[in-house]
Design a protein around this ligand. Structure first.
Ligand code: GRF
Length: 201
């Protein structure tokens, strides 16, 4: 199976996904695409022999459909069976979501349905939550709300800053997303759950 990965930034989740697709894994990475020219993840993808592309959203300011038309064109050339959003920071309309329905995954740094949107760690700390985590879900037209495919929990520790919590969650993201992708590529849809019992920071 052919996997395309969409990024906007450092691409640490992309790296975990790319490095997981080896051996008897049914999928291989065929493209890493960024909406941000010069995103750090692009060099990491090239260093791992993965084709890259950039579809800059800025020239299409305010015209989401024009951006998504270009995005769809570049993606169609890669013929992806699965598209993994990994730190891809664009809100997508049905023009894109309908085109790839059933093939898109996303990782979100909260225990959805809690804290859709941004600043998830600060909001969890603000709320005094005793645990936090990340969620992999299928992408639908509604932001951060598609069918659940996996969730990983970590403890919130006294005195945690958003950055410390983010780092703890990110480590679990790098375990959860590859595990979900492998199952998804094998046609499995039952959600998987992980937890980091002790905080091995
Ligand atoms: C991660 O917290 C991820 O959950 C969110 O973007 C952040 C950065 O991800 N979607 P990456 O390092 O660019 O993969």
């Amino acid at each position: 199976l052919r996997v395309a990965i969409l990024i906007s930034g450092s691409g640490s989740n992309m790296v975990s996904l790319v490095e997981s697709m080896t051996g008897d894994h049914p999928a291989r990475p065929v493209l890493v695409l960024s909406n941000v020219p010069g995103a750090g993840g692009l060099d990491k993808a090239r260093a791992r022999g993965v084709q890259t592309a950039v579809v800059d959203h800025r020239p299409h300011k305010g015209d989401r459909e024009a951006f998504e038309t270009e995005l769809n064109t570049v993606l169609e050339e890669a013929r992806p069976d699965i598209i993994c959003h990994a730190g891809f920071m664009r809100i997508l309309t049905p023009h894109y979501v309908d085109r790839w329905a059933g093939r898109m995954l996303n990782i979100h740094p909260s225990l959805l349905p809690k804290y859709p949107g941004l600043n998830t760690h600060a909001r969890a700390l603000e709320a005094g939550d005793s645990e936090a985590g990340c969620t992999v879900h299928e992408v639908t037209a509604e932001l951060d709300a598609g069918p659940l495919l996996g969730q990983a929990r970590v403890p919130v520790l006294p005195g945690d800053t958003p950055a410390q919590l983010a780092a703890r969650v990110l480590k679990m993201e790098h375990k959860l997303y590859p595990a979900v992708l492998r199952r998804f590529a094998q046609g499995e849809r039952a959600p998987i759950y992980m937890s980091q019992e002790t905080a091995e920071d």
